[in-house]
Design a protein around this ligand. Sequence first.
Ligand code: NAD
Length: 310
Amino acid sequence: MTGAAGFIGSTLCDRLLSLGWQVRGVDAFVDYYDVSIKRRNLQRALRCDAFQLCDADLRTVPLEPLLDGVDVVFHLAAQPGVRTSWAEGFAAYDDHNVRMTQRLLEAVRAQPSTRMVFASSSSVYGNPPRVPTTEADPTRPFSPYGVTKLAGEHLCRAYSDNFGVIVTVLRYFTVYGPRQRPDMAIHRLVESARLGTPFTLFGDGSQVRDFTFVDDVVAANLAAAAAEAAPTDPVNVAGGSSTTLLELVNIVGDAVGQPVPVEWLPAQPGDVARTGGDVHRAASLLGWSPAVTLEQGVARQVEWHRATLV
Ligand SMILES: NC(=O)c1ccc[n+]([C@@H]2O[C@H](COP(=O)([O-])OP(=O)(O)OC[C@H]3O[C@@H](n4cnc5c(N)ncnc54)[C@H](O)[C@@H]3O)[C@@H](O)[C@H]2O)c1
């Protein structure tokens, strides 16, 4: 598991451990956000004998020993976030999302029995011509972050086509739930409602997002790892809850029981108008479809904020 201390990675770790897997988790504890949050994410996993933590940077660490005995590589390590991927910020995205993925693919190539599941993103679509967007629709990223995730996908394809590396690309649509990154909208909304501090809303609030609950993303990863024939084309992993940001402000306010104070700021470069994923391919190739509605998922995230954050 790469990116094991992150939001989604740590949740996937816990699930794999509960299913009896042996998990080797790798994370460099990158300070994109407070690293004490990442340490907290791993508390449960670290209590488990079947979990081994490697505090290592995948851009430089020797990979062969890390992959020794590994059946499945869940590759979630990345520099996330759209807004900081412009200007000089881009170098980190290139390094962590493109070069690191290529380095890992080289190592996986040397172990033909190992398969990989790659965490890609709906950001590869940019502003899609239609919603719900299918995997056959054009990819035209609207941000440098999206460009690096698409480059990662193309690298997976090139290693698969040339060397037979077994790799499944999952395109996650905005993921939320317990442990969500503090820079993400639902996390910021819940904290604003709880503390009565303003939520900075970029744009006019009409932007639509397809939100996917983290347990559903975990289930899609498990299905990809177990699939007898690993899909060779990318697969959308979307929650099916296309909602405007303004609607979301109300949903979170209702779940917390207090309204969200909003401070309006102009739209940010790279933010797309609309995302929404068609999940027919996931259903037919992986037997996966989302199970958690936005209202249920937000309630579970609010519960986590109350239990975990001061
Ligand atoms: N959260 C979402 O809504 C979303 C949507 C689409 C795709 N994704 C993808 O899912 C994956 C996980 O996202 P997340 O939200 O959990 O992010 P996250 O930042 O919480 O987790 C990523 C982890 O990777 C680690 N990492 C980064 N570079 C590393 C390196 N060189 N070596 C070792 N570890 C390194 C970080 O320290 C971090 O803990 C990412 O690949 C992201 O692009 C996330």
